[in-house]
Design a protein around this ligand. Structure first.
Ligand code: BGC
Length: 332
């Protein structure tokens, strides 16, 4: 090859790589950051408000629904919602994202307040003039303006009542909970316990953390059922706990006689409910939480009188309810 031919070949390869990378980055930006496309449109004025919505894990159907609700509100009002969170549950990373939102002086922050460390940062944001509301998990002792989400204590009570009804008041119970120091899980356990303790024929013999992870839930449920062979029912307080519990039940050949109640009507949980491997689900309203949170934040910014607590519905769904629940994929 002559020297010139070599130079042209190298230049040609460099040009091709440049084009390929440009397309790749353009695609990534379009996917990840709607602000870029908005900014690129010279005709449209930027939205009046920029909110940060911070959840526990983006790679999760529950939080996807929260995000979809908020994005729908974004289309209805003049706001931009920056929806952020760790891909998988990671409270440290979630705190850093909250800190970053405060530093970037957004107009409002909507955050799931998992524990006391969130309370400290929420107070800091409010001191700096950024209004904050909590979503899914509240921090009542912080200076947040409002909470939207499930009444987690009442949802725990509902789960306890369902278990009593479905087991005729006779059960030996193990609990798999997300994390001991997550406020909403603690409330779901407390509400459950308070109801169960009234019932003579039911006792709770073990409680373990799943770390908000299906493998964690499977391991803990498996160990619990081998250490306490007398267990007849398991209660999971987090969306993935039921999946882990039913895997463990299958490994121990307990799928037919173990009673399982857990949180969230996610597709995988509904499938297990149809198969009879989960007996009851506590339904929450993640889409409504996301959507309403934006409306409430706008009211806060407009100095409107608002309620401090906005509880979204929670209810029990059993297999027999599915034929009437077309929204959950049920068919008559
Ligand atoms: C909880 C969320 C949690 C999700 C996934 C839901 O039940 O309300 O806080 O992030 O489960 O574990």
């Amino acid at each position: 090859m002559t020297r010139n031919a070599l130079i042209y070949t190298v230049l040609f390869i460099a040009f091709l790589s440049m084009i390929t990378f440009s397309f790749y980055y353009y695609y990534q930006l379009k996917q990840d950051d709607r602000r870029i496309t908005e900014a690129a449109d010279p005709g449209s004025a930027p939205p009046s408000y920029h909110f940060a919505l911070i959840g526990e894990e983006l790679d999760h159907d529950y939080w996807r629904l929260v995000g979809e609700g908020a994005k729908q509100a974004e289309a209805e009002f003049d706001v931009f919602v920056e929806y952020e969170g760790p891909q998988r549950s990671n409270p440290e990373e979630q705190l850093k994202i909250l800190d970053k939102a405060i530093k970037s002086k957004v107009d409002g922050i909507i955050v799931q307040a998992l524990n006391d460390e969130f309370t400290t940062l929420i107070d800091q944001a409010v001191r700096q003039g950024i209004p904050v509301m909590t979503i899914d998990t509240d921090s009542p002792e912080s200076s947040r303006s409002a909470y939207i989400g499930t009444d987690n204590y009442a949802a725990g009570q509902l789960a306890g009542e369902a278990l009593i009804e479905d087991t005729d008041g006779k059960a030996v119970v193990g609990i798999v909970t997300g994390r001991f120091n997550n406020a909403h899980h603690a409330l779901r356990v407390e509400g459950f316990r308070d109801v169960i303790e009234q019932e003579e024929g039911i006792e709770i013999v073990a409680i373990e953390e799943s770390s908000i992870d299906r493998i964690g839930a499977e391991e803990k449920a498996y160990n619990m059922m081998t250490e306490h062979e007398e267990i007849t029912a398991l209660y999971g307080t987090s969306a993935l706990d039921g999946i882990g519990i039913s895997e463990a039940a299958e490994s121990l050949n307990r799928q037919d006689d173990l009673y399982v109640i857990t949180f969230d009507t996610l597709e995988e949980n509904l499938e297990l409910l149809r198969q009879g491997r989960i007996d009851a689900l506590v339904e929450q309203q993640p889409w409504i939480m996301g959507h309403r949170s934006i409306e409430i934040m706008l009211d806060i910014l407009k100095d409107k009188q608002i309620e401090e607590i906005h509880h979204t519905d929670s209810s029990i769904v059993r297999k027999r309810d599915l034929p009437y629940r077309h929204d959950l994929g049920g068919e008559e």
